[in-house]
Design a protein around this ligand. Structure first.
Ligand code: DC
Length: 232
C-alpha cells in the first residue's frame, strides 16, 4: 500500500507569487523521486501566445479560439520545467515582465482555466508528481495526497522575486513589488478559482523561515503521509 502510494503520490503546492513554490517543488521532486510540474508556466506560455497573436487579453472568446490552436508542453528538468509553445522553447522568454502581466490577465477567464485544468489533470493522472500553482489543491487535484499552501508577507516575496530574477530581468525592486501586489490582487479576487488555501491544506508561512526550514517541514509532512501518520 505504502509503496503503491509512493509511486502514485500527488503533492499539491499552492500559494501566491514569490512564496518559494518553485524552489520547494523542484527540491521535493528530487528528494521523493517525483515529477515536478509548474502550472504557472503553462499560463505564461499561453499568455505569450496571446501577446504574439496580438489578442485582446480581456476577450474570452478570442482567447478560446486561440487556445484551440495552441500546444503547450512541459519538459520536467532538474530545476523547474523546460517550456515549449507550439514546439518552440520559451523557457526564458515567459519569465519576462510583459508575459508575467499577461498571464495574470488571461488566467482570470473560466474558459481558459477549464482548458488548463483538463490538461493539468491529464499530465498528472498517473501520479508520482508534485504540481505547483494556485488552484491545484482546490480545483485540479482536490483529492491530492498532500496539500501545502505556501505563503509569505508581500515585501518578503517581492524581495525574493527580485533576487531570483535579477540576472534575467532588468527591473527595480519597487517595480517588482508593485507588480507582485497587482498580481496578488487579481489572483485572489478573480471569480473562478481565486487563490485561496484548500480547507484541508497545510499552511506554511515562510516569511521568517529559511529555505531549508521550509523544506524540512514539507519533507516531514510528505514522509508522515507516506507512513500513514498524521503530519507532525
Ligand atoms: O506561478 P507563476 O507566477 O508562474 O504564475 C503566472 C500566473 O498564472 C499567475 O499570475 C496566476 C496564474 N496561475 C493560475 O491562475 N493558476 C495556476 N495554477 C498557476 C498560475
Amino acid at each position: 500500500m505504502t509503496e503503491d502510494l509512493a509511486r502514485h503520490l500527488i503533492v499539491a503546492i499552492d500559494g501566491p507569487a514569490g512564496a518559494g513554490k518553485s524552489t520547494v517543488a523542484s527540491r521535493i521532486a528530487e528528494t521523493f523521486g517525483l515529477v515536478n510540474l509548474e502550472t504557472g508556466a503553462m499560463y505564461r506560455a499561453f499568455a505569450l501566445k496571446a501577446i504574439e497573436s496580438d489578442a485582446n487579453f480581456d476577450d474570452p472568446e478570442e482567447l478560446q479560439r486561440l487556445a484551440a490552436k495552441t500546444q503547450i508542453r512541459l519538459a520536467p528538468a532538474r530545476q523547474g520545467n523546460g517550456v515549449y509553445l507550439d514546439d518552440i522553447e520559451v523557457t526564458r522568454r515567459i519569465r519576462e515582465p510583459d508575459v508575467t502581466a499577461a498571464a495574470s490577465r488571461v488566467s482570470v477567464h473560466p474558459e481558459i482555466r477549464r482548458w488548463m485544468v483538463a490538461m493539468q489533470r491529464q499530465l498528472g493522472a498517473a501520479g508520482g508528481i508534485v504540481m505547483e500553482g494556485r488552484d491545484i489543491g482546490t480545483a485540479v487535484f482536490p483529492h491530492a495526497d498532500v496539500k501545502i499552501f505556501l505563503d509569505a508577507a508581500a515585501e518578503t516575496r517581492g524581495q525574493r522575486r527580485f533576487q531570483q530574477n535579477a540576472s534575467l530581468i532588468d527591473q527595480a525592486p519597487q517595480a517588482v513589488l508593485e507588480e507582485l501586489r497587482e498580481r496578488d490582487r487579481r489572483d485572489r479576487t478573480r471569480a473562478e478559482s481565486p487563490l485561496a488555501p484548500a480547507a484541508d491544506a497545510i499552511l506554511i508561512d515562510s516569511t521568517h523561515l529559511s529555505l531549508d526550514e521550509v523544506l524540512a517541514r514539507v519533507e516531514s509532512i510528505i514522509s508522515a503521509r507516506l507512513a500513514g501518520k498524521p503530519p507532525a
